[in-house]
Ligand binder design. Structure first.
Ligand SMILES: Cc1cc2nc3c(=O)[nH]c(=O)nc-3n(C[C@H](O)[C@H](O)[C@H](O)COP(=O)(O)OP(=O)(O)OC[C@H]3O[C@@H](n4cnc5c(N)ncnc54)[C@H](O)[C@@H]3O)c2cc1C
Length: 519
């Protein structure tokens, strides 16, 4: 591999592929090196269970942050589908099992559900007012995501002062207590501040995470990727091929050195066990900043542990709920388990002390209720469904010692939390694979680090940052490193995080400027 390239991209996650497409569209010669045999990083779809033709979004599963502009610019044949149900939260009181159903439009069904929980319409009014402010905020921030990084004062000037205080200056804890009355509802709102971020509502890290979860495309709507998340990768791969991007899998970059007129990347080929060396004018790191530090010495910021357990399941049929509510509605949106405000804060506090939370917060959704195309026609006709569960506050530190035993215990407690609300335990609904084993797979933060290189299993490659910069920050795109020839084209960039393609686009823009200005 002696040929020189304009740009080498380390990693074939969707951001690496997006960056490659933009560079190739600008006429540049691009190579992607991927350590795994398959491309796509955390956006792959797989048939996880032998003999069960269901193509699961193994890691990431919903899309909000991917700007429509990227889909259009790259001519991607990729569709996302709306869910009518936003969330369902089962609970029980003195009268028995119930559930709060919140539809995307605040319709009569939602109002009545909130009324049953709280005894009045106050919470519905609070919900409407709060999310209207969030929407206005999203409409200001979203259009800036593919432009040079705005300053904090530029954004602040465009946002309603009270909304700025509530979303940026006050902690999410203060904002939730100021706006909402009910502990369960506060928890449902808080979860968007915690997905992928191990923190308390009292820490501003929750505000940042919350903002990322609510601004996508100016609506913050989380949609179902038609055909599963792997469809996005398939489409990006197709465009890479059309545009002449070279992709080499099974090559782990081990060293990245800046030279006088470019960069040199060396690594090992898993196929031939031989050394590979490649030169380019610039390098884009789609791998995490921690991996970049290891291979180039460019210092990565500190980060908190990844703290989620991802569970994928295939079911023979949808589970019945003790509440008697329709499972086709309950599982279509986000199904919240142990996610009242009190439960979330208690679980964080326990996990921070190194204890497995007794009640593990988790959320879950059923892809196939919105899009059955990920199942073979036979499985769909039989009524099979997939379930994706994402448990919170299970940080990597809990698993450092005795990984397998802790994994078993955390899985047991997580499923027990779900079973509290089901007529029959979830285990009795699981389909069987070709070897007679139940169709359930569980991934810990350590396993994510091993397979994808996510540092400590942190799904965003590092701690998220506000999507703007301080007034004296000299960075243009938020993808820069101390080397003028090396850029971050992954989740670890400012405005990285999530399935968005944004850091891929922004790194390509920064690299194109460098290719113009550097000899
Ligand atoms: C379990 C889970 C659930 C998630 N759910 C969602 C969700 O529903 N919605 C959402 O928006 N986001 C979700 N996320 C986050 C989202 O998936 C990531 O933020 C995003 O996919 C990161 O994309 P990326 O291209 O930046 O990096 P990655 O997808 O992490 O790709 C990086 C690539 O670099 C490769 N690599 C690493 N080191 C090297 C090396 N030395 N040499 C060569 N290659 C290397 C890796 O193998 C990998 O392919 C989830 C993440 C996980 C793990």
């Amino acid at each position: 591999m002696a040929i020189s390239y304009d740009a080498v991209i380390i990693g074939s996650g969707h951001n690496g592929l997006v960056a490659a497409c933009y560079l190739a569209l600008a006429g540049k010669k691009v190579l992607i090196l991927e350590k795994n045999e398959v491309i796509g990083g955390a956006t792959t779809s797989v048939q996880a269970f032998d003999g069960v033709p269901a193509r699961l979004s193994r890691y990431s599963y919903l899309v909000a942050l991917l700007p429509d502009q990227i889909i259009q610019d790259l001519s991607l044949n990729f569709k996302t589908l709306s869910r009518t149900v936003s969330s369902y939260t089962p609970y029980f009181d003195d009268d028995g099992d119930k559930g709060v159903l919140i539809n995307r439009s605040l319709d009569e069904e939602t109002l009545s559900s909130l009324r049953t929980l709280t005894g009045s319409d106050d919470e519905s009014i609070a919900w409407k007012n709060f999310y209207e402010s969030v929407l206005e905020f999203a409409r200001v921030v979203a259009p800036t995501m593919l432009s040079p990084l705005p300053t904090e004062s530029e954004i602040r000037e465009l946002v309603d002062p009270l909304t700025w205080v509530e979303l940026v200056e006050n902690t999410l804890a203060e904002t939730l207590h100021d706006n909402f009355f009910d502990d369960l509802i506060k928890g449902v709102v808080l979860t968007d501040g915690l997905i992928g971020t191990f923190t308390s509502a009292n820490d501003h890290a929750a505000n940042i995470c919350f903002i990322y979860h609510l601004i996508g495309n100016g609506t913050g709507e989380w949609k179902v990727p038609e055909g599963g998340m792997g469809t996005l990768v398939d489409e990006l791969h197709r465009r890479c091929q059309e545009l002449g991007v070279d992709i080499k899998t099974g090559i782990e970059a081990e060293e990245l050195v800046e030279e006088n007129d470019g960069v040199c990347i060396s690594g090992k080929s898993a196929h031939s066990q031989t050394r590979v060396e490649v030169r380019a004018k610039v390098a884009l790191a789609n791998c995490s900043p921690q991996v970049l530090e290891k291979i180039s010495g460019i210092k990565a910021p500190g980060l908190r542990d990844g703290s989620q357990l991802k569970i994928n399941m295939v079911l023979r049929e949808l589970p019945q709920l003790k509440s008697g509510d329709d499972p086709r509605k309950a599982f279509a949106g986000t199904f919240h388990i142990n996610e009242s405000y009190f439960q979330l804060e208690s679980a964080f506090e326990a996990a921070s002390r190194g204890k497995i939370p007794t009640e593990i917060p988790a959320e879950m959704y059923c892809h196939t209720l919105t899009d059955a195309s990920i199942l073979s026609p036979e499985l769909a006709a039989k009524g099979f469904h997939t379930l994706t569960l994402f448990a919170l506050h299970t940080p990597a530190a809990l698993f450092d010692q005795d990984h397998d035993a802790v994994k078993e215990e955390v899985t047991k407690r997580t499923l027990a939390g779900l079973n509290d609300y089901l007529v029959k335990p979830i285990e009795s609904y699981l389909a069987m694979d070709a070897h007679g084993k139940p169709c359930i797979e569980v991934k810990t933060p350590q396993e994510l680090e091993m397979s994808l290189g996510l540092p400590r299993g942190n799904i965003f490659h590092g701690d998220l940052q506000f999507p703007w910069k301080s007034d004296d920050d000299q960075r243009v795109w938020g993808v820069e490193t101390p080397s003028p020839r090396i850029f971050i084209a992954g989740s670890g960039a400012v405005r990285g995080g999530g399935v968005s393609g944004i850091p891929g686009h922004n790194a390509a823009k920064a690299a194109l400027t460098a290719l113009e200005t550097l000899k």
